[in-house]
Design a binder for this molecule. Structure first.
Ligand SMILES: Cc1cc2nc3c(=O)[nH]c(=O)nc-3n(C[C@H](O)[C@H](O)[C@H](O)COP(=O)(O)OP(=O)(O)OC[C@H]3O[C@@H](n4cnc5c(N)ncnc54)[C@H](O)[C@@H]3O)c2cc1C
Length: 408
């Protein structure tokens, strides 16, 4: 897709205009239909004109841009890829492209959306009863209520499926939750938490809907001093004798297998975000290479710089082709946990490589937030580790291809 804003630089000895940086080398945007493309273009314009000018300041300040929420509501993308209940509908391919567009400008913004839309709404959409979907999804799709997803704990991250320490005890029609959750995106300020806890009666992981601001015993502390995705506010949640009605237990979430259904879809999504993050870094680096002069020539005319750029666009193109096929597999009803795990692992690893090359290309300016690339460089570290680390994804793929589980 041709960028909305064309910035053309002219090197000293060239009269021809240089090509505008474009990270759609194999024209993957052409796989979208006209309606999908219109939505993606709307998001691109919003990200380029409204979010981009503000994002560095918010990132440096460790703050969330609440001033942008009214405009996000207007975009009409709440619950994209989900059908009914006030959701935007559309295909999973369209969801992927939207998240890629967001991450191309700001991976934090894409993560905010991924947590609210994919993890929180997705849990209710996938594991909720009809009544729960009708009650919770419409206000979340319209961004009136913002959600988060509490799975990870201070002492259990990768091993949370078997080692979850947060407990849920049933007493009549009431559940009592105790424990802690760590790293929970949006938690310090959002309205609704999906909290996963181990039922002491049957030892199975179950999901609960908690109203953050009005539930006694539920408290959140913001995690300070992050060096990645600084715009996303992550929280450390403490649950102390939190009492919830049975109506707030996700009725279709009866074991970790049901949690994993949500994670499959969000790993699908993170692969798109990582690709968008790499695109943003590549485009900024390419523009810099066209404009930055050394030895009286733009550095983009040096062979070793072109080698970096060629490797970057190759990584991006490989990731884009993989995620577009991932979307096709979903549309065909064939997307497995291992497919999503492979996409998440591959695209985040390639993103990590790509943003490092982009940072290198900018020399000293590559570590200054104002030049954009440093932000992509740092943010990629979180994409690589959250939603299940690289190693965890590869264990899922390894089990699928060998038939042997290496999980301990
Ligand atoms: C910015 C950010 C946002 C996040 N948002 C959320 C959120 O909204 N909700 C939520 O629930 N969680 C969230 N998380 C948590 C995230 O999912 C975890 O950080 C991740 O699953 C890893 O867990 P951990 O940090 O405890 O690392 P650990 O599990 O302690 O792992 C440490 C290292 O050991 C490796 N390792 C562990 N076990 C094995 C093994 N068996 N074999 C090989 N290597 C192994 C890991 O791969 C990793 O490299 C977020 C994290 C970050 C950084």
């Amino acid at each position: 897709m041709a960028p909305a804003t064309a910035t053309v630089a002219k090197p000293a000895k060239e009269s021809r205009p240089l090509p505008t940086p474009n990270s759609d080398f194999y024209e993957v945007y052409e796989t979208l239909n006209a309606e999908e493309l219109a939505t993606v273009k709307r998001v691109r314009t919003f990200m380029e004109t409204t979010v981009s000018p503000l994002v560095t300041k918010y990132w440096v300040d460790d703050a969330f841009p609440f001033e942008l929420l009214p405009a996000v509501k207007e975009l009409g993308i709440g619950g994209i890829g989900m059908q009914g209940y006030g959701c935007a509908g559309g295909s999973l391919a369209q969801l992927g492209f939207v998240l890629m567009e967001m991450a191309r400008i700001d991976p934090s913004f894409a993560t905010f959306m991924g947590v609210h839309d994919g993890l929180a709404m997705g849990s209710i959409y996938i594991d909720g009863s009809e009544e729960q979907k009708q009650k919770w999804l419409p206000p979340m799709a319209s961004f009136e209520k913002i959600g988060c997803f509490g799975l990870t704990e201070p002492l259990v991250g990768s091993g949370v499926s078997g080692g979850m320490m947060t407990t849920a005890k049933r007493a009549g029609d009431t559940w009592i939750l105790n424990g802690e959750k760590r790293w929970i995106g949006n938690a310090p300020w959002c309205d609704v938490s999906i909290v996963w806890a181990r039922d002491v009666a049957d030892d199975q992981v179950k999901g609960f809907i908690v109203e953050n601001k009005t539930t006694p015993g539920f408290s959140v502390e913001k995690i300070e001093h992050k060096i990645a995705l600084k715009i996303v506010q992550n929280g450390h949640i403490t649950l102390k004798d939190v009492r919830l009605p049975e109506a707030n237990r996700l009725q279709g979430g009866n074991s970790f297998r049901d949690t994993a259904k949500v994670l499959k879809m969000t790993r699908y999504a993170v692969a798109w975000m990582a690709t968008g993050c790499a695109m943003g870094a590549y485009e900024a680096a390419l523009k810099y290479a066209q404009e930055r002069m050394q030895f009286n020539r733009p550095i983009g005319s040096f062979q070793l710089i072109q080698d970096l750029l060629a490797k970057m666009i190759a990584n991006i193109t490989a990731s884009q082709c993989l995620i577009v096929r991932q979307a096709q597999l979903h549309a065909e009803g064939k997307l497995t946990d291992a497919h999503a795990a492979l996409a998440k692992a591959f695209c985040t690893a390639k993103c990590r490589e790509t943003v490092a090359w982009a940072r290198e290309l900018l020399g000293g300016n590559g570590i200054v937030a104002d030049y954009k690339v440093a932000r992509f460089f740092a943010d990629c570290e979180a994409l690589y580790s959250y939603e299940g680390t690289y190693q965890m994804q590869n264990l899922i793929v390894g089990k699928a291809v060998t038939g042997l589980s290496a999980f301990v």
